[in-house]
Structure formats: structure tokens, C-alpha cells
Design a protein around this ligand. Structure first.
Ligand code: PEP
Ligand code: MN
Length: 628
């Protein structure tokens, strides 16, 4: 701590202060300026700091160490990932928890759960014990409500979050749900926090209505001090002088918490704003601010909701919000964790059922730590049951999927700046595989070096040709650097890690630097930050029977006037949105083209059969790549 001393302090007073501090185990140093004199005291102080404040001659005491330890990033630099079944909160994926304020009936909970799952929620919320301001308001269905929540999990496979309002509910929580919520009103209910810490379940800790970030982190410290590190912090608005909204959403809490703590933080825009129309704007802002997820109230009939109807989104509004944050997430280097991708079951259908105990494999081009690897990890999540295997070429990726050596492959198809990766378009034509998913990644390049290297030491730089293209402005300024192309970005980083040469750098994502123990000298060196790559997930056969939102086709038309137009008219007549059209030369047929088409439609739906029939009539070749 630092003690600011009064002007004209007597030598006796000063000596007394120093003696007290030394007796308390502090090392004390004095800095005397012309205006002020301060004492710096370092040591493990157990006293209330106000004791020093009251010593004669002390004007002010400024603490310098933080009261929380276990939650602080200083002692735990890496982000904590909280695992709830297959869902991981924290890290690169955005997790959305949705559901009603309170469980009202089995039908109500099931109806809402089916909808929010369909639109992308991966966990379901719903209170069974409601902390209401008035004792006359609905108090929740209690154990009956928990049983309904367990039934929702059974049917939908959504993990369940619910509030515990008293230590006496602990056994019921363990029995029925996956994440126990400590509500804003109970944030400083220390007995409840201690019990939550001992239950061995992940805890969602809401910020108190009038709690400072320090008090909130101290509340989390209670849970961690009981041996439970699985804490998700949730900002839900605080009391301020503003009364237009129910509370004031403190979005600054996101970067503040990210700096102070390793725990994941999510945002509750529903309780923060109290008004449906304000929920989506603040939810979008939360994702842009770097939150790890959202907890949102959704009701199929909010006018009749027993509690918090006015702040509950209609399911269609929730669907729209999910689409919006899907677009925003890659900007901050994250990906929405969509439940409808149904990663585990689809992986299972892809052959695990036939080989029990065998882990599933996904193949990608290049080395661990490259963008394809990141796409695999973000799509499939981190699971011991999924191994990610690098391959030396795109052809090897397609071969492995074709001959069932792997369950899935992940390949890039296009970049927003440099365009299509034609090689993979050609392989999609050549190989009999299906597209079963897609993922868009924001590409942020870093200049990576051996630790301690200075920019002036660098003489050559390794990367994938696309990496060089995307960083051309930065490279232009380093005109004496030799540019050396390698198979993928992570290969460059691996090479510099394996040599002792300090004059070679690599351009790659910072994940590669962390993986190979190298240093990021400069982050974000791509010329244009709107740098996204779209990857597709391929499999030997369709892995998910549920309706797809998007489909891909390849076809060739006759070389006659209006042939392409006739095919496009079919989509137009049927109200189908075309999201991409690309042509590629047909091998061996100069100046004839194959068309690659992406549609917002489900080509596997029965309603698409007549459309496919019309298309077949207007094309000479037609291949359905799949709906996803
Ligand atoms: C809730 O999530 O339903 C709730 C009561 O939240 P809070 O504790 O943030 O008011
Ligand atoms: Mn509520």
C-alpha cells in the first residue's frame, strides 16, 4: 500500500507510522518530494486499511494489491474453460443460454426449449425458485419445475441452468440440473456461495444490483476457495440514476473482467434492460465487446408469462438475434456454438455407432495451429472423442474422407479478400462427398518470431501465399525481407521453432505462436481487417437428418443461349435465395463451365423434389453436395 503523509508531519509521527508498519511485517520505503511525502509499504497486511488511515500524520492510504487471488489472471494467465457436458463456456466459442424467466408448465418449457434449440441455444434457462421482489408474486414451481427442466434436457439434450436461492436446495440442484445460478440478489449471500462452491457443479454467478466489480470478483473468490473453478460470471445490469431501463448494462465489465480474471463472462441483456426492444441491440453489443456468451429470456407467449414477459423475446426475435451474432462473432475472433450443428450425434452417425469406442477423426490440411485446425476446433468443440489429424494436401483430406479413414474433413472454400480456393471446388466435383456444415473464421495474421527477436533481426519470412497476399501492405514496408512460401501458415511457425535462426519470422495466427512457444511481435498485420475464410465440413454421407438452412449444388448446362438463366429462373420462381454462384472450367472441355451454387434452401426436403426435377431438365450434369 501507499500512505500519503500530511504536510508538516513531525519526525515523531513519521517514525511512529514506520514502526507500526514494520511491526506488521512490511518493508517500508520513504519518497520525499518538495510538495508531498509518501511511504510505500510492501508485505502481507491482514489489518483493515482504515487502521493505518487513522494513524496521526496519514492523509490517505492507497491499496496496491488486489484482495482476490484465485480468480485473478495474475495467478492463472490462461482463460478458464467451463465445461458443461459438450458445451464449453469461454475460449473461442459464443455460448447462448435461452429460455423463459420461470418454468410455468411442462408444455410451456418444452415449447420454448424446442424453439430456442432450433435457433441455436446450447443451454436452457428457467427458474424453479424465483427470488421475487413481492412475496405475492409467483414464486416458482420448485421441485416440480426442476423435474420439468430435467425432462427438457432428456428430450432436447440442452444443458440446464437454474437459480438456487437457498443452501437447502443444493441436493435438488445436483439431482436435476447442470449449472446452478446465483442470482443478483444473492451475490453476497456468503453461505449460499460456499455451498455452491462445494456442490461440484458449474456456477453462473450474476453480478449484484449494486455490486462493484471487486465485490463481484470477491464473491467468485468464495466459490473458487471451496475448490470449484467452474464459475461463469454474468453481468446483468446495475442500479444507477437512470430509470428508463430496468437497470444499466455495464458492458465495460467485459474488458475489465477479461483483464482482471481468467473466468468467462456472459451478458444477460434481458434483466439489464427490462424491455424486449432493447434486448437484441445490447446482446449484439455484448458479443462485439468480447463476451463469451449470452443468457436471454425467451417466451412463446410473453403476454401470458408469469414473470418478466415484457423483457422476453418472441422466438422469432431470438432467431434473428442468433443470425446477427453469428455474423458479429468472427469479427472478434469467435464462433457461435450452434446446437443445431449437433456435433456429437452427427459424428456418431458418421460411423462411431458401428465402431463403439473408436474416437472420431476430422482431417485438415497442414499443421496444428493453422486456420483449418482452428476451424475444426471451433466447429466440433474440444472433446476427447474427436481427434484432429493433419494431412499433407487437400487431396489427402478428400481421400481420407472418401475411404472412411476419417469421419470428417474441413477445407477452406473461399476468402473474403483473395477469393475462391479453386482446388477444393474441383475436388468437390471429383470426390463423392457431402457438405455437412460450414464455418466462417475471421483471419487475423501476426508476425511471429523466436522469443527475444527484434524486428530489425528479421531477414526472411515464411507463410502460405494467401498469408503474404493478405499482409501485402505490411510487407511492402519491409522491402529487404525474403518471402518464402510454405504449405500452410503453421508450418512456417513450426520451422522457426525447430531452428535456432533468429533472422526468420512467420506470418500466421497467434494460436500457432502459442502452440510452438514462439512470440507474437505484431498482431493484426493483415491489410484489410474484413478478412474472413469460409470453410466447409465434408463427410462420406449426410450425417444429420434435420432440416438444413443452406445447400450447395454443382451443375453444367448446355452451351446454348439462356441456359444458365433458365436454371436461375427456377430458383427465382420458387422464392429461393441464391447466395453464391461461381463458375469453373470443365476439365478437357475448353470454354465450357461448371456452376457452383449455394442456396438458402434445404435440397433434401420433400418440397425440393419438384424443384430438383425441373433443374434436372435444364442441366446436363447435376450434383447435390448437400444441405447443412
Ligand atoms: C433470473 O435470471 O431470472 C433472475 C432473477 O436474474 P437476476 O438475479 O439477474 O435478477
Ligand atoms: Mn427473469
Amino acid at each position: 500500500m501507499i500512505l500519503v503523509l500530511k504536510k508538516g508531519i513531525t519526525p515523531e509521527e513519521k517514525n511512529h507510522i514506520k514502526e507500526v508498519l514494520t511491526a506488521d511485517g512490511c518493508i517500508v520505503r520513504e519518497i520525499a518530494g518538495t510538495e508531498e511525502t509518501i511511504l510505500g509499504a510492501v508485505g502481507k497486511v491482514t489489518r483493515d486499511l482504515r487502521y493505518y488511515q487513522l494513524l496521526p500524520g496519514v492523509v490517505k492510504v492507497v491499496p496496491i494489491s488486489k484482495p482476490y487471488k484465485l480468480v485473478s489472471r495474475e495467478i492463472h494467465p490462461e482463460d478458464t474453460l467451463v465445461r458443461v457436458g459438450n458445451v464449453v463456456v469461454g475460449g473461442d466459442r459464443i455460448v447462448v443460454i435461452a429460455g423463459p424467466c420461470a418454468v410455468e408448465s411442462r408444455e410451456q418449457a418444452m415449447t420454448i426449449a424446442r424453439k430456442v434449440r432450433r435457433y441455436g441455444a446450447v443451454m436452457f434457462r428457467g427458474g424453479a425458485f424465483k427470488p421475487r421482489t413481492s412475496p405475492y408474486s409467483f414464486q416458482g414451481m420448485e421441485e416440480e419445475g426442476l423435474k420439468i427442466l430435467a425432462a427438457v434436457r432428456e428430450e432436447t439434450d440442452l444443458r440446464i441452468v437454474t437459480e438456487m436461492t437457498s443452501p437447502s436446495q443444493a441436493d435438488l440442484m445436483v439431482k436435476y440440473v447442470d449449472v446452478v445460478q446465483i442470482g443478483a440478489r444473492n451475490m453476497q449471500n456468503f453461505e449460499l456461495l460456499k455451498v455452491a462452491g462445494r456442490m461440484g457443479m458449474p456456477v453462473l454467478l450474476k453480478r449484484g444490483l449494486a455490486a462493484t466489480i471487486k465485490e463481484w470478483l470477491m464473491a467468485a473468490e468464495y466459490i473458487l476457495s471451496e475448490g470449484n473453478n467452474n464459475v461463469i460470471l454474468c453481468e446483468r445490469g446495475i442500479r444507477t440514476f437512470e430509470t428508463f431501463t430496468r437497470n444499466t448494462l455495464d458492458l465495460t465489465a467485459v474488458p475489465v473482467i477479461k483483464k482482471l480474471s481468467h473466468l468467462p463472462i456472459i451478458i444477460d441483456p434481458s434483466h439489464a434492460t427490462g424491455l424486449r426492444e432493447k434486448v437484441s441491440p445490447m446482446a449484439r453489443a455484448a458479443i462485439a465487446a468480447g463476451a463469451d456468451g449470452l443468457i436471454v429470456e425467451v417466451h412463446h407467449d410473453p403476454e401470458k408469462a408469469f414473470s418478466d414477459g415484457p423483457q422476453s423475446l418472441y422466438p422469432e426475435q431470438f432467431e434473428r438475434l442468433m443470425r446477427d451474432i453469428y455474423v458479429i462473432a468472427p469479427v472478434v475472433g469467435k464462433q457461435v456454438d450452434f446446437s443445431y450443428l449437433d456435433k456429437e450425434p452427427s459424428a456418431e452417425k458418421a460411423g462411431v455407432a458401428a465402431h463403439p469406442g473408436k474416437s472420431k477423426a476430422v482431417v485438415f490440411l497442414g499443421e496444428y495451429g493453422n486456420y483449418s485446425h482452428k476451424a475444426c476446433a471451433q466447429f466440433f468443440g474440444e472433446s476427447d472423442a474427436m481427434s484432429m489429424v493433419p494431412k499433407p494436401s487437400f487431396r489427402d483430406v478428400f481421400e481420407a474422407v472418401k475411404n472412411s479413414a476419417a469421419d470428417f474433413g474441413v477445407v477452406p472454400l473461399e476468402n473474403s479478400l483473395t477469393g475462391s480456393i479453386h482446388e477444393n471446388y474441383d475436388f468437390l466435383l471429383e470426390y463423392d462427398v457431402k457438405i455437412v456444415g460450414e464455418i466462417v473464421l475471421r483471419i487475423v495474421h501476426s508476425l511471429i518470431v523466436r522469443p527475444g527477436t527484434k524486428i530489425d533481426d528479421i531477414r526472411r519470412v515464411l507463410s502460405h501465399p494467401q498469408g503474404f497476399q493478405q499482409c501485402h501492405e505490411f510487407l511492402k514496408r519491409q522491402d529487404n525481407w525474403e518471402i518464402i512460401s510454405v504449405r500452410d501458415t503453421a508450418t512456417g511457425v513450426k520451422r522457426i521453432a525447430e531452428s535456432s535462426d533468429r533472422s526468420t519470422a512467420a506470418l500466421a495466427g497467434k494460436d500457432a505462436a502459442a502452440l510452438y512457444g514462439m512470440e507474437v511481435l505484431k498482431e493484426g498485420i493483415e491489410t484489410n481487417p474484413r478478412n474472413f475464410t469460409r470453410f466447409v465440413v465434408i463427410a462420406g454421407e449426410k450425417t444429420d437428418e434435420r432440416p438444413g438452412k443452406k445447400s450447395s449444388l454443382i451443375y453444367a448446362t448446355g452451351n446454348v443461349p439462356g441456359a444458365l438463366f433458365k436454371t436461375l429462373k427456377i430458383f427465382s420462381d420458387n422464392g429461393i435465395n441464391l447466395v453464391k454462384l461461381e463458375s469453373r472450367p470443365i476439365p478437357g472441355k475448353p470454354w465450357e463451365y461448371m456452376f457452383y451454387v449455394d442456396l438458402e434452401a434445404d435440397v433434401d426436403a420433400p418440397s425440393f423434389i419438384p424443384i430438383l426435377d425441373q433443374l434436372k431438365k435444364e442441366t446436363e450434369y447435376l450434383k447435390v453436395l448437400g444441405s447443412y
